[in-house]
Design a protein around this ligand. Structure first.
Ligand SMILES: C[S@@+](CC[C@H](N)C(=O)[O-])C[C@H]1O[C@@H](n2cnc3c(N)ncnc32)[C@H](O)[C@@H]1O
Length: 211
């Protein structure tokens, strides 16, 4: 079965609790994601099938501050389900590209964008190794979860700032965040994926700033 059909058949479209304006194909107990892995050796950790604290906070923030993206060209970096880019498109961004290294995420983003009635371009690959993109703002939801990745993303965001591109980050206060480079803009309650929320510090939205 093709990826599109697998997602449509096994991951129901569900409203996002803290961002009810958006519906996403989300994995549940009956989705059988392990079957995907058995039939496709390229299947990787399905980040795209879940909600992440950083993306939830950033999507909420953008929808509540539409002026931050309205009329601007947006890159959603490490897009997963596409929740941040979808929020950007709903908030009046002139153009949204969602980039992810996982081809399942690319299909999920296309399905989720269509389900929410917005247009999003997708890019399958690692943009962090290249030049800054031709956009006005880069939005990063929950991409500081591994040390090496966090270092690469930070270096890329530095190149974006140097190219006068604004950068917003949503994150559940992970250890690998470049804390000294971030200006806190807003905090939102709620847990990270896999926690109840009760032991969580919540999720935050930051502006990435120069050293
Ligand atoms: C924790 S998920 C967050 C997804 C989404 N931004 C959100 O907040 O819901 C991280 C995503 O980043 C993607 N990713 C990891 N490294 C990447 C890279 N170098 N370039 C683009 N995407 C990447 C993963 O495939 C995954 O979909």
């Amino acid at each position: 079965m093709r990826i599109r059909q697998l997602i449509e058949a096994n991951l129901p479209l569900t409203p996002v609790p803290s961002v009810p304006e958006i519906r996403l194909h989300k994995a549940g107990p009956g989705s059988g994601l392990s079957r995907f892995a058995q039939t496709d050796k390229s299947f990787d950790t399905p980040y795209w099938a879940y909600h992440w604290g950083g993306g939830l906070a950033l999507a909420r923030h953008v929808l509540d501050h539409r002026e931050s993206v309205a009329g601007r060209r947006v890159l959603d970096l490490g897009a997963g389900s596409g929740i941040v880019g979808i929020a950007g498109a709903m908030s009046g961004a002139s153009y949204v590209t969602a980039a992810d290294v996982d081809r399942y995420a690319i299909v999920a983003i296309e399905l989720n964008a269509a389900a929410n009635g917005v247009n999003i371009e997708t890019f399958h690959g690692d943009v962090t190794i290249g030049s800054p993109p031709d956009v006005d703002i880069v939005m990063v939801g929950d991409l500081f979860y591994e040390a090496g990745l966090a270092a690469r993303v930070t270096a890329f965001l530095d190149r974006c700032l140097a190219a006068r591109i604004e950068v917003l980050v949503g994150d559940p206060w992970r250890a690998f965040l470049p804390h000294g480079r971030l200006k806190l803009l807003a905090e939102y309650p709620g847990g990270d994926f896999g926690t109840s929320g009760a032991d969580s510090r919540g999720n935050a939205v930051f502006a990435f700033t120069r050293e």
